[in-house]
Design a protein around this ligand. Structure first.
Ligand SMILES: Cc1cc2nc3c(=O)[nH]c(=O)nc-3n(C[C@H](O)[C@H](O)[C@H](O)COP(=O)(O)O)c2cc1C
Length: 305
């Protein structure tokens, strides 16, 4: 039996549900010699902003028990350079689905960046990272306040020439409410979770392990919380949910799908093994054969209580 691994959301069909997550796969072209990108469902490029950004000073990564802290600070080459330097190379690759992750510090930043990206060919959809502090609202994250979330999604939806995936922050009290707000503001799909705000201290030097002091926690340590959030979000909306947070095996992919995910993203696992995404996608196929799952999309939301 050859299982049918195709999944679709927002009018986009993927050959399998495994997508490489933003920030852990650069702009894709850098992984060309390591991972067969055409074996993945797709990949999300590093978060893009209207201008290039150098990010935070080091140290910005620290390994924790079953996880990783990062405060890269959204370093990127900028939307314009992405279109000119990276996208043509990606377009030359066959059967590769590219998602562009977008962030900003004001509503206008998002609007402007999406308008630049609209000019490029070969982007399947935008993934909106709403986990940045909104400088116009005193630094509160877009994604932690329902009103600012509604404003930014409504604005971007008006300008986006492509489907809009809203990537939710897990640093909220009610993920179901934020998922619903994103849907009502026009999101075509939601993805979650981004990293959890966390920190670590070197007790010998009494200094924070990360120069930025606080950082985002990712990796297997967050997986059970992420699964719960994907479950709650999927119960609150009708639009498709893309799940992530600590996925490192095919079994994790199946678990997120049972919780309600249509597709998944894999992030930190690529730091331990740069070929993790490709291996996980192959193992998902094997799992389906062994468990006689003919069509993987049947697993979405199929948890039995
Ligand atoms: C080093 C690093 C950089 C990241 N950069 C971004 C980013 O630019 N935009 C974004 O939306 N998420 C970013 N993320 C979050 C991941 O895409 C993902 O949501 C999170 O790490 C949880 O998944 P994981 O446990 O599989 O890594 C980053 C994560 C890491 C570890």
């Amino acid at each position: 039996m050859t299982p049918d691994l195709r999944v679709s959301f927002a009018g986009i069909e993927l050959k399998n549900p495994v997508i490489a997550a933003s920030g852990t796969f650069a702009y894709g072209v850098e992984f060309e010699d390591v991972v067969r990108l055409d074996r993945l469902g797709g990949f999300v490029v590093k978060g893009l902003s209207r201008e290039p950004m150098i990010g935070n000073p080091p140290p910005r990564l620290y390994e924790t028990a079953a996880g990783m802290l990062n405060a890269i600070g959204l370093q990127n080459i900028g939307a314009r350079a992405f279109l000119e330097e990276k996208l043509p190379k990606l377009r030359a690759m066959k059967n590769v689905v590219v998602f562009a992750n977008v962030f900003g510090y004001t509503r206008e930043d998002y609007e402007y960046t999406v308008q630049i990206l609209n000019e490029g060919e070969g982007i399947a959809a935008y993934e909106l990272n709403v986990s940045c502090p909104n400088t116009q609202h005193g630094g509160i994250q877009f994604g932690s306040d329902p009103r600012t979330l509604d404003e930014v999604v409504t604005t971007v939806k008006r300008f986006a020439a492509r489907p809009l995936i809203v990537k939710l922050s897990p640093n909220v009290t009610s993920i179901g409410q934020m998922a619903y707000v994103a849907q009502e503001a026009g999101a075509d799909a939601i993805s979650l979770v981004n990293t959890f705000i966390a920190m670590s201290i070197d007790i010998e030097t009494r200094k924070p392990r990360i120069a930025n002091v606080s950082a985002g926690l990712s990796g297997p340590a967050i997986k059970p919380i992420a699964v719960r959030m994907v479950y709650e979000a999927s119960k609150s909306v009708q639009i498709p949910v893309i799940g992530m947070g600590g996925i490192s095996t095919a079994l994790d992919v199946i678990e997120f799908m049972l919780a309600g995910a249509t597709a998944v993203e894999v992030g930190t696992a690529s730091y331990w093994d740069p070929r993790a995404t490709e291996k996980i996608a192959a193992d998902v196929s094997r799992w389906c054969v062994e468990h006689e799952v003919a069509r993987i999309e049947e697993l979405t939301g199929a948890m039995q209580v």
